[in-house]
Design a protein around this ligand. Sequence first.
Ligand SMILES: [Mg+2]
Length: 396
Amino acid sequence: MVRKILHVDLDAFFCAVEEKFDPSLKGKAFATGGSPEGRGVVSSCSYAARQYGIYSAMPMRQALRNYPQLLIVRGHYKDYSNQSKEVMKIIKGLTPLVEQISIDEAFLDVSDLPAEPKRIASDLQMAIYSKLNLPCSIGAATNKLVAKIATNISKSNHRGNTPPMAIMVIEPGKEQDFLAPLPVIEMWGIGPKTAEELNELGIKTIGDIVRFPEEMFIKKFGNYAHDLIQRAKGIDDHPVSDLEEIKSVSNETTFFRDVNDKKELLLVIKQLSEKVAMRLRRKHLSGKTVKIKIRWPDFVTHTRQLTLSQPTNQDSLICQSASELFIQEWTEGKSVRLIGVGVTHLTTEIQQLSLFSNSFQREKKLLNAIDELRERFGEKSIRKGIDPKSFRYWKN
Ligand SMILES: [Mg+2]
C-alpha cells in the first residue's frame, strides 16, 4: 500500500510565538536565545534576521557582529510549550497517527484520508495559521524520510524576510529522483562529519551514494552501508509511531526468594537489559535515559537513572548503565526483592545515524540475528553466554 506521510515543521517557531504575543516584533530582525555577554547562542531567529546571515545555534555575539541592531528577545519557554501542544491538538484532529519528534515538528500518517496529500497539507497549514497565528511548512511523501527532506528543501528554497509557509509534495515513485541531485548533507541522519567522509570518496550528492560501487561502500561503512543505500534510494518503511503512547520501555522481575549474590543480581540486570533493548529495536526506538528500580525485602523501592550522550537500543550499553546504577545503590550482601530496568526519553531510531563506528555496526548485526532467532524459537532459545540455571529465579 502506498502511504501518505506528512512532515509538519513550524517556521521559526520560537520567534513566531514571540510575534504572536508581541505583534510589534513582526517583520523585525530579532532572535531568541542566550545573552551575548556569556556564551549564549541563537535558539531561533526571525526570517528578517536571517537576511543578515544569522542562523540558529550561532553564538549570539557573532549574530550581533553580523547585525548590531539585532533585537534579542528572552525566550518564553512556557509559551512555546503551550503553543506546541495547541498545534499538536489541531494535527491530532486530522489523524491519531501522529509522531511528534520535537517541540515544533511532527509526522502524520494520513493514508486513510481520501484527499490528495497537497490538499491535506494546505488545509492543515491554513488551520494552524488561522487558529493559532503560527506559520508552518509541510513536506509530503510516501515515507517519513522523504517527507522530512521535502520540508527542509522547500524551506531552504524560500527567499525573503517572511516565513516560508512552504508545501512540497513528492509523488509516489519520484522519491529517488527527488533525492539524487541533493548534496549528501541533506540526507536525514548524515551529519557534517559523515558528509565530509563521503565527499572524500567523491560522493557529493545522494545520487552518488547509489552509483558508488556497493562493495567499496560496505568496506568503508560496514553493515550500515546497506541502510544508507536504501535511504539514498528514498526507501524507508519506518512507521509513524506515537511516542506519547510509549513513553518508556521497561521490564522487571520479582524473585521467588530474596537474592543477595552480586553475580546473580548482575545476571538478572543483563537479562532485563536484553529484553528492553529487544523491545526497543522491534519498535524502531532508542532511548537516552536508562533507569533501574530496586525493591528491598521491606518493600522500600528506589529508582535511579542516568542519561547517555546518545540514544541507544543496544544491549551492552543499557546493561552497562543499569549495572553501574545498581552498584551505586547496592551494598555488598544486601538482599533484593525486585529489579527493573527501563529506558525513557525515546526517539525514533532514524535519528541516531551518527553512530557510524564499525564495532557498533557489528554488534547491531549480531543483535538483529539474535532477535530473529528469539522470534522464531521463543524468548528462551538464545542467551548470549548466560548460564540457563540462573532462570530458576525468574517469574515472567
Ligand atoms: Mg521548525
